[in-house]
Structure formats: C-alpha cells, structure tokens
Design a protein around this ligand. Sequence first.
Ligand code: AHM
Ligand code: MG
Length: 281
Amino acid sequence: MNEILETVAAAAPEIRAGLPDRRRYADAENPSGERQLAADEYADKLLGDRLTALGSVASYASEERTDVIESEGRYHVAVDPLDGSSNLRSNNAMGTIVGVYDEPLPAPGRSLVASGFVLFGPITTMVAAEAGTVTEYVLEDGNPTIATESVTLPAEPTVYGFGGRVPDWPAAFADYAESIEQELKLRYGGAMIADVSQVLTYGGIFAYPALKSAPDGKLRLQFEGNPIAHIVETAGGASSDGARSLREVEPSDLHERVPVHVGNESLVDRLEAALGESRHA
Ligand code: AHM
Ligand code: MG
C-alpha cells in the first residue's frame, strides 16, 4: 500500500474514536453549501495535517474546504473526510474517501494512481485500488490486514441503490429504475461508500443520478465520483456520468458535481442506453 493510503488507514481508528462527541452540527457550511457536522471539520483537519506532512504529497484538497493546501511532493490528494456524515446522527455507516492523482487538482479521473475508502461499519475496513487491483483490508489499530485479494464484482448482480427523490428523477432515469426494480433488490443507506461496498460484494448498481432540480446530481467529481469510479472499474465494473466513464469527464472546478452511476458493466451499459447515449457509440 502506498504511504498516502497507509496514512489514511492509520488515521481511521483515531477518526472513529472522535465521532461519538462530534454528532452535532458545526456553525459552518462546506463549499457545496451543505451544513457541516463537528465530525466533518475534525476529520478534515486531522487528514489535512497528516497528509501534508508526507514527502510524497504535493497538495491536499477536501470536500470540506474551499482551497487546495499546497505542499511539496509528487501526488495531489483529494479527500472526502467523512462521506455520508449525515448518517452519523442516526448511527449508520459512513467513512473516508481518498483519491491520489498525479496532476494538480482539479484533475481527470484517469490521472488517479490510487484510490481508497475507509468504511466505518460494524468493523472498519479499507478498500483500495492501486496497480490494477482492488484489495479489501481490515483495519485493526490502523494496521491493514488483507481480507479479500483481487476484489471483483460478481457476474450476477443482486442489489441496487439510487439516490434522490423519485419525483425529482428525469423521466429516462425513472424508466430505467423501473426496469431495475423488477430484477434487483433495493439497498440504499445514504452513504455512497457503504452502498458501493454492497455493489462490490453482491454485484449490482449504485447511482446518484442527475435530478430535475440538480442536473449535475449531488456528488462531487474530484472527491467522490472519480475515486469510486477508479475502484469499481478496477474491480471489473463500469462507471458513467450518463454518457461516458466518470474518469473521462474533463473537470473545470474543484467542487463541481457530477451524476454518478457505478456497477456491473451490463447495468451501466443499459443505463447509458436508457439515457439516450451509448459510450460504445
Ligand atoms: P457527504 O459527503 O456530505 O456525506 O454527501 C454525500 C452523500 C453520499 O455518501 C450519499 O450517496 C449521498 O450523500 C446521500 O444523499 P441523500 O441524503 O440525498 O440520500
Ligand atoms: Mg461525500
């Protein structure tokens, strides 16, 4: 594991231990205009301090801060310190996402050299994509122990989870969702990484689609879309913004949002066909 992923893994028990006292809202909003919890600020500060101290880190960007912190090194790190933090109040799963880019941010997802997420579920795990393979680790005291080598999406999909209110879905996505509902079982938990972990484990599709009220959806390209696309694609699945792999989207802004669809390739192909564009066209 590279030292950036190792550092995120090592910080996980400390972040987890800091959660019980930080379930209240802070007095601030993040750059996307969402209310921050004390836990969001805490995890961002801790990860920013640890990662910028590494010789390999050239810059640190986070969903929870407006500007990039510059440092001196080779890699540009984008972090969602607590993905799904609204789940903290109800004590449901959440965690940390990290993307290691070899270009200054904002950067396209194809420049990711490693990506990972820490999942605070009943146990703390880390799923990491690097060097063409996805590995699941159990984190005991921050020390990664391999749990699953060469994580691969099962060929037969089982689960789906789609974000956003149904009346807010564009008609083409609603039609697609109706056909998926006939085949797969609903699993939606409100934290992308937890929902994607189910897709990696059981096969299926996760989406936070374009909405009528928000044509770019909710999730952020640099911090959420790209790293999760890198992980799912490396595990043999596919990703899409509706028309192309998320990793082919050219970014224009650090905090820009993007519709996210990730899962078994056959299901992502059907999604693109349903939305009227095919990435194979
Ligand atoms: P966050 O990073 O601020 O927690 O927001 C991202 C989360 C995703 O993990 C999840 O897929 C989505 O927001 C859930 O949104 P909703 O509450 O609309 O279902
Ligand atoms: Mg998030």
